[in-house]
Unconditional design. Structure first.
Length: 262
C-alpha cells in the first residue's frame, strides 16, 4: 500500500487553512498512487496554540472530521490526521483514520502526554491499541511520545498491527527518535512504522522534521529532511510476511519472565 507522509506544520490556529494544505497534499498523494495520507500530530488546528486548543477542540464526528471525509472521498484515498478531540469537559490529543469512502475507521487518544504543555491542555487516553483494517493491512494508531514506550508498540505487534501510523510533533533536540528509535521499533516489532512530523518553528517549539516510513527490516523506505515535504513509500505485505518468517523476536518471547516489568 503506497503511503504518503505530509511533513508540515500547516497554519497554526486556522482549521480552514490547514484543511486547504491537507487537500492539496491529498491531491498530490493520490496522483502519485498513494492509498493513504498521514498528517502530523494536531495538524487540524496547530500544536503550539495555547488556550485555542480548548476553543478549537471538537468531537470525533465534528465538522473537521466531515471536511476530512469529504476530501478523502474526493481524492480517493484514506487520511489519518491529528486534532484536539472534545468529549464533555475533557480534551484529548487525538488522531483519526478516515477511509477513502469517508468512513471513520479508528480514533486514538494519546496515552502518554509529553511535558507540561501537553499535561496542561489534554487528558490522557486509556486505550493503548486502536486498529482498523485498510486495504488488506491491519493499521494501528499511536501519537508521538506514545511510540517511545516499547510497551505500546509491542502491544500493537501482539495484536497484529502491520502498519503503525504515528502522527508526531517531535521537537529539537530529540531528533534521534526519528533517526534511530523509530526504525528500531519497526524492526523489533516486525511492522511498518509511518512517522509524520511537523516542521519549522512554532511558538516555543522547533520541530525537527525527519519524517519516515520504516520497514520491518529497520530500513527507512523514505525519509524527509527538515523542511515541509511530502514523501511516499510502499508498505509491502509480501516483504512483511517474509521478514516475520525470518525474524524470531515475537516467537522467542518468554512472557512468564516479564511480570516484574508491570
Amino acid at each position: 500500500m503506497r503511503t504518503a507522509l505530509l511533513q508540515s506544520s500547516g497554519r497554526p490556529g486556522s482549521v480552514a487553512e490547514n484543511l486547504k494544505v491537507l487537500d492539496a497534499a491529498a491531491a498530490r498523494a493520490a496522483a502519485a498512487g498513494a492509498a493513504l495520507l498521514l498528517a502530523p500530530e494536531m495538524f487540524l488546528t496547530g500544536y503550539a496554540i495555547g488556550d485555542a486548543i480548548a476553543r478549537l477542540a471538537e468531537p470525533a464526528d465534528g465538522e473537521g472530521a466531515d471536511a476530512v471525509a469529504e476530501l478523502a472521498t474526493r481524492h480517493g484515498l484514506a487520511v489519518a490526521y491529528g486534532y484536539p478531540e472534545r468529549e464533555g469537559e475533557s480534551v484529548f490529543n487525538s488522531a483519526q483514520l478516515i477511509s477513502a469512502d469517508g468512513d471513520r475507521l479508528a480514533n486514538h487518544r494519546k496515552t502518554h502526554l509529553f511535558g507540561g504543555f501537553e499535561r496542561d491542555h489534554f487528558t490522557p487516553g486509556e486505550r493503548p491499541v486502536v486498529q482498523a483494517e485498510l486495504n488488506g493491512l491491519t493499521v494501528g494508531l499511536l501519537i508521538c511520545y506514545d511510540v517511545e514506550f516499547p510497551e505500546n508498540v509491542r502491544g500493537h505487534a501482539l495484536a497484529g498491527t502491520d502498519l503503525l501510523l504515528v502522527p508526531t510533533a517531535l521537537m529539537h533536540p530529540y531528533q534521534f527518535v526519528a533517526e534511530s528509535l523509530v526504525p528500531v521499533r519497526a524492526f523489533e516489532n516486525q511492522m511498518y512504522v509511518a512517522y509524520a512530523n511537523r516542521a519549522g518553528r512554532e511558538g516555543e517549539f522547533e520541530f525537527t522534521g525527519l519524517s519516515a516510513l520504516a520497514g520491518p527490516d529497520g530500513v527507512a523506505r523514505a525519509r524527509a529532511g527538515r523542511a515541509e515535504e511530502l514523501i511516499l513509500a510502499d508498505a509491502d505485505p509480501a516483504l512483511l510476511a517474509a521478514s516475520r518468517e525470518s525474524n524470531p523476536y515475537l516467537a522467542d518471547r518468554r512472557p512468564g519472565l516479564y511480570g516484574s516489568l508491570v
